[in-house]
Design a binder for this molecule. Structure first.
Ligand SMILES: NC(=O)c1ccc[n+]([C@@H]2O[C@H](COP(=O)([O-])OP(=O)(O)OC[C@H]3O[C@@H](n4cnc5c(N)ncnc54)[C@H](OP(=O)(O)O)[C@@H]3O)[C@@H](O)[C@H]2O)c1
Length: 264
């Protein structure tokens, strides 16, 4: 199926690893031009070079910390300078703020809100006028299941995620008549560095004897009984940004192997 996004310009924040890296790769395979960002310059440049070699596509990178407003501006400005425009924004850079209420700190929550809530909104604020002028745009917010179904262990992430779901729906209404679609994905557990960084905490939370058992217990909540792979998330992200998704906006798609049991 031709996704119809050849030549489109996509920013993938947090494109150096995990879900973001795989999304960048699939955009390149579709013929889109891609700007990736992250904080660690070495990892970012290595990913850029690897993906360029692997796909033969046009990919560039900018070091940008999404908690810094000036860095977000630099990312968008550099994309316009090097590619001439922005058609697609994948708000993906972020951490997971795990742990129960008892261990949550104001500082931890503020950092989570700065990275995902303000980081996502600031990027949207900068790309929207560009997309509006072209009457075409795609924005995807990478959120997480705890925004829809509160999980005590994901207390901090759940707060941020609920707000991001609200922002996604609200902006999809506001931007709709400009041809700018705003959608979200809600990953469950995906096999990335992020999961590995959370493995110790999850092991304690689930009272598991080791990491392998923690993974098994966590996956058991999913209908498919396994973790997701980054490419499985990227498949859906790239589709939502395509011409084939021309009538889809304001959705938050659960990409969690059937983990959430609610009706929305
Ligand atoms: N994996 C899961 O199970 C899961 C579940 C629910 C939601 N998610 C969400 O999915 C997104 C991607 O996660 P992932 O699993 O692919 O994580 P990952 O493998 O840890 O990759 C995260 C990416 O974001 C970048 N990043 C992190 N903080 C950043 C910041 N402040 N500014 C700029 N870049 C930043 C990282 O690069 P640097 O470290 O070099 O900056 C890296 O490129 C995140 O928003 C996460 O919350 C993941």
């Amino acid at each position: 199926m031709d996704l119809g996004i050849k030549g489109r310009v996509a920013i993938v924040t947090g494109g150096s690893r995990g879900i973001g890296r795989e999304t960048a790769r699939q955009f390149l395979e579709e013929g889109a031009r891609v700007m990736i960002s992250g904080r660690n310059a070495e990892t970012l440049e290595k990913t850029r070079a690897d993906l360029a070699k692997q796909t033969g596509g046009d990919i560039k990178c900018v070091v940008a910390d999404m908690v810094k407003e000036a860095d977000i501006k630099k990312l968008v400005d550099e994309t316009v300078r090097q590619f001439g425009t922005v058609d697609i924004l994948i708000n993906n850079a972020g951490q997971m703020y795990s742990g129960r209420y008892a261990v949550m700190t104001d500082e931890g929550l503020k950092e989570q809100l700065e990275t995902k809530l303000f980081g996502f909104m600031r990027a949207i604020r900068l790309v929207y006028p560009i997309m509006k002028a072209k009457k075409w745009g795609r924005i995807i917010n990478t959120i997480g299941g705890a925004g829809k179904e509160p999980d005590p262990y994901m207390f901090g992430s759940g707060i941020t995620n609920s707000a991001l779901l609200n922002i996604t729906k609200s902006l999809s209404t506001e931007f709709g008549e400009d041809g700018v679609h705003v959608n979200a994905i809600c990953p469950g557990w995906v096999d990335t560095n992020l999961w590995q960084r959370n493995a110790q905490g999850l092991k304690a939370e689930l009272n598991a004897k080791d990491e392998a058992e923690a993974r098994k217990l966590a996956a058991r909540r999913n209908a498919l009984n396994r973790f997701g792979k980054p490419e499985e998330l990227a498949n859906a992200i790239v589709f939502l940004c395509s011409e084939r998704a021309s009538y889809i906006t304001g959705v938050s798609l659960n990409l969690d192997g059937g983990r959430l049991k609610g009706l929305w």
